[in-house]
Design a protein around this ligand. Structure first.
Ligand code: 5GP
Length: 177
């Protein structure tokens, strides 16, 4: 099974995916991106970091099953990572790429992780962002939520452990079918 995780920016998707992978052995699709590597990230583990021109060459070669420009950077999922997966696979995608794949005819399971506005504001404030940045993020979250109904499952992330358990329950119930 292939699980597509998406949701508003800042919802805590990567933390949730890491926690799920610690509890169960899922494959994770390592995307390609043209953005700069951040402190604490590893090439080939968090992303395959490539230059913008190399990314665009890969696009021309039809290397990606989906790709998007998000902010100023490109992000894409290689066809191989999806086609060669032998185990349950997790994809972490922004909403446009996620819904494109979900509307294709493959059997993807879409999980939309959401967060309430108050919680999102609190998180962004804690990270030291100013009001203008927070307003922009809230508008973005509203746009991202407009894709919510295109996902099979919606989970509100109030508390990480509860969220992880809810998602694992969803996955186990699907596997029992
Ligand atoms: P970040 O730069 O914070 O790591 O990621 C920004 C956004 O890009 C996140 O919402 C993440 O889910 C999304 N993303 C990561 N990889 C891919 C990908 O391969 N395709 C698409 N469409 N989005 C991706």
């Amino acid at each position: 099974m292939i699980f597509i995780f998406s949701g508003p920016s800042g919802v805590g998707k990567s933390t949730i995916i890491d926690a799920i992978r610690q509890k169960r052995d899922f494959q994770f699709s390592v995307s390609y991106t043209s953005r700069n590597i951040r402190e604490g990230e590893y090439n080939g583990e968090d992303y395959n970091f490539v230059s913008e021109s190399d990314f665009l060459k890969l696009v021309e070669d039809d290397f990606f099953i989906e790709y998007e420009k998000y902010g100023r950077n490109y992000y894409g999922t290689s066809r191989n990572s999806v086609n060669d997966s032998t185990n349950s696979l997790i994809l972490d995608l922004e909403v446009n790429g996620a819904t494109k794949l979900l509307s294709s005819n493959k059997d993807y399971v879409g999980i939309f992780i959401d967060i309430d506005d108050k919680e999102l504001i609190q998180r962004l404030t804690k990270r030291g962002h100013d009001e203008a940045f927070i307003d922009e993020r809230m508008r973005l979250a509203e746009y991202q939520r407009s894709f919510r109904d295109k996902f099979h499952y919606k989970v509100d992330n109030k508390d990480i452990n509860t969220t992880v358990n809810k998602i694992l329950d969803i996955i186990y119930s699907l596997e029992e079918r």
